[in-house]
Design a protein around this ligand. Structure first.
Ligand code: SF4
Length: 369
């Protein structure tokens, strides 16, 4: 059996998807099949440049070798089930995976320098799991629990499918869709290597941001990876008491544990972190929270992205008034913290993580007698 180096985590239905493999693994694979090494380069060119949909379309590979590949490997494709677009051209994609699971990606055409990128970049927010086990209280993704991890190819395929649909190149990736990326660590890293590789989708590491709810041990593990990707922490509360109301993960890794892991990350990466902070009226928008947040940000030289709460159907919270948002922002800035206040795009297309999937699944269930 070729390809012994590939870990079981990328297997699906007993077969590894060809698009979950790294180039070095493909080189090992073609050798095991008795083929010259350059066949591996031909395969990745068919996958990521020409973007074919089946082994049979890889016409410069010998027919017998194509048949062997088809027997040994899966070649799955994700289908677009729904697309919602907003007037500002933010678009939300609902994908149906080969097992029928639904996941979401959001295409944001211009994000004003949110993660250190130029504002004219095309950003896609992608998913790493079906559902989510972490149950952050503002988020629809966790409402129906966790189903499974995405395989590396399912993560990468979101980018390819969106590029195919909009006929434009994506140049900025944020792992901020459905699921906790660091809870699917190995598949995430595999996918990022493919996304980042010149033979893959060729997106620079500094244009890839991983967002986590605060899995402290995995933040340390990520710090030890050689990739120069960016890290965003979903903070949403500046004291254990407030954060604990919003983020159940805070019970496992409290703020001190999380911030210590962040200290380690920046000591290894020498780069700026971002704190994501969703402003929720009467919950985490007090002046005291702003002062504490500024203190944490100073400790790590982190930037802060303030995001006014996006209403989630079935959840009771609301966004603070514009005045309140501006006051919170000015307290951060007075204390020397680099902070932005995001005007939420796609408010009218249920852009908050997990909402389209939830709505579609409920519609489908209601349609079944
Ligand atoms: S915010 Fe992220 S980690 Fe939290 S429940 Fe939603 S998908 Fe999961």
């Amino acid at each position: 059996m070729p390809c012994s180096a590939v870990t079981l985590c990328v297997k699906k239905n007993g077969k590894i998807d060809i698009k979950s493999l790294q180039l070095a693994e493909l080189e090992e694979l073609v050798r095991d099949f008795g083929q010259p090494q350059y066949r591996a380069r031909q395969i990745v060119e068919w996958l990521y440049q020409k973007r074919v949909g089946a082994f049979d379309e890889m016409t410069d590979l010998p027919r017998e070798f194509r048949a062997q590949l088809a027997e040994q490997f899966a070649f799955s494709k994700i289908d677009i089930a729904r697309v919602l677009g907003a007037p500002d051209t933010t678009r939300k994609f609902l994908f149906r995976l080969s097992d029928g699971s639904l996941i979401e990606s959001v295409l944001i055409p211009a994000s004003p320098a949110l993660y250190g990128s130029r504002s004219d970049r095309r950003t896609i927010c992608i998913s790493t799991q079906v559902g989510c086990a972490y149950g952050c209280k503002f988020c629809a993704s966790g409402l129906e629990g966790f189903s499974r991890n995405l395989t590396p190819n399912e993560i990468v395929e979101q980018i390819i499918a969106v590029e195919r649909e909009v006929c434009e190149k994506i140049d900025n990736i944020v792992f901020m869709g459905m699921g906790e990326p660091l809870a699917n660590f190995d598949n995430l890293i595999r996918a990022i290597r493919i996304i980042n590789a010149p033979w893959g989708t060729g997106i620079g590491a500094r244009h890839i941001t991983v967002s986590t709810s605060g899995l402290a041990p995995q933040i340390r593990k990520l710090a030890d990876e050689p990739l120069q990707i960016r890290l965003a922490i979903s903070l949403h509360g500046a004291s254990d008491e407030v954060r604990g109301q919003i983020m159940p993960i805070n019970r496992r890794y409290n703020l001190e544990t999380l911030l210590a892991a962040c200290d380690y990350y920046i000591s290894r990466k020498k780069q700026r972190l971002t704190f994501e902070y969703i402003l929720i009226a009467g919950v985490n928008d007090s002046e005291e929270q702003a002062r504490l947040l500024a203190k944490h940000a100073r400790r790590l030289s982190a930037k802060v992205n303030l995001i006014p709460y996006n209403t989630v159907h079935g959840l009771p919270w609301s966004r603070p008034s514009q005045d309140r948002q501006e006051t919170f922002l000015s307290i951060l800035r007075e204390r020397g913290t680099a902070a932005t206040l995001r005007r939420e795009k796609g408010h009218d297309i249920d852009a908050a993580c997990g909402q389209l999937r939830l709505q579609t699944e409920r519609e489908l269930k209601a349609a079944i007698p």
